[in-house]
Design a protein around this ligand. Structure first.
Ligand code: C5P
Length: 288
């Protein structure tokens, strides 16, 4: 039997860093949104006693090191039963090392499928607790929709859905190391923080302009100069008609919010001439 499950990318509408924790992680406050830019995950139950994982990009970890394998192992540890024979395949669409939660989302898709087949009564909270052990962004990727994420990113609160809108998502041709970027941050020296309360009020009012005006990611403030293309893409998105634009996660991907589909698709076409990894996307609702 084969299950197919979309693994949606995430965007950070806001990202704030509140402080460094004794465990080396940082306390965050983020508003997250899932979008329909998606990998396709397929999971087949096999007669082998093996957990086989393949991603269609050769430089990604295959087998036990892949986040999808860690998710499956964590799931069966929670159920206190041995992992059955599984063949998990990922068709990658979401750019990797991009701030879009691609790997986290693949792991999350595996967890959703396994819960559906093996433990339909498992509470969402339990599934998300398993997810948190796999990675900080995995719980949000399990849930999807619009949510506030606190702590390491694993403490979630559902928020009113973002009104339907259109995104252009553009990844410049370099990667930024997440731990390295966290190391640049001196929390007390951050000059600006996102207006989290204002963002949530705008979501509650269904006010897309208000949401767009409040996009803010503190990582932009500490971005080393060699990554300045991030700001050039933001500028281009605004010139091409975006209401607002921001970097997502620890970058380097930038997204713009558009009110209308036509201008968003046109902007994506223009940016794609310079940046091959440019996509048009729409927001999605919760996955569980
Ligand atoms: O949890 P995950 O493996 O996705 O995190 C990757 C890295 O990002 C961590 O090793 C840590 O350096 C950094 N991180 C952090 N604080 C967070 C989330 C991630 O410092 N809340």
């Amino acid at each position: 039997m084969t299950y197919r499950e979309p693994a949606f990318a995430k965007l950070n509408l806001t990202l704030d860093i509140l402080g460094r924790r004794p465990d080396g992680y940082h306390d965050l406050n983020m508003v997250m949104q899932s979008i329909d830019l998606a990998d396709q995950v397929s999971l087949t139950l096999t007669a082998e006693e093996e957990l086989a994982v393949y991603a269609d990009l050769p430089f990604l970890p295959q087998g036990a090191d892949n986040i999808a394998a860690k998710a499956a192992a964590g799931f069966f540890r929670q159920l206190e039963r041995p992992c059955p024979g599984l063949d998990i395949r990922m068709k990658k669409v979401i750019p990797v090392c991009a701030g879009l939660g691609g790997g986290s989302s693949d792991g999350a898709a595996v967890l959703r499928v396994l819960r559906r087949h093996f433990a339909p009564d498992m509470p969402r909270e339990t599934l998300e607790a398993v997810a948190a052990q796999v990675g900080s962004d995995v719980p949000f990727c399990v849930r999807g929709g619009t949510a506030r994420a606190e702590g390491r990113g694993e403490r979630l609160t559902d928020l009113p859905p973002l009104p339907p809108c259109h995104f252009v998502v553009c990844k410049p041709p370099f990667a930024i190391s997440t731990p390295e970027l966290f190391a640049q941050v001196r929390v007390k020296r951050l000059r600006c923080h996102p207006d989290g309360a204002g963002m949530e009020a705008a979501l509650a009012a269904g006010d897309l302009e208000g949401v767009a005006r409040r996009l803010y990611n503190v990582f932009e403030e500490v971005l080393p100069r060699r990554y300045s293309q991030v700001f050039e893409i933001k500028r281009s998105l605004l010139d091409l008609g975006a209401i607002s634009a921001s970097m997502t996660g620890s970058g380097p991907t930038v997204f713009g919010i558009f009110r209308d589909e036509g201008p968003a698709r046109q902007a994506a076409e223009v940016l794609r001439r310079q940046f091959a990894q440019t996509f048009y996307a729409q927001n999605t609702g919760p996955s569980v």
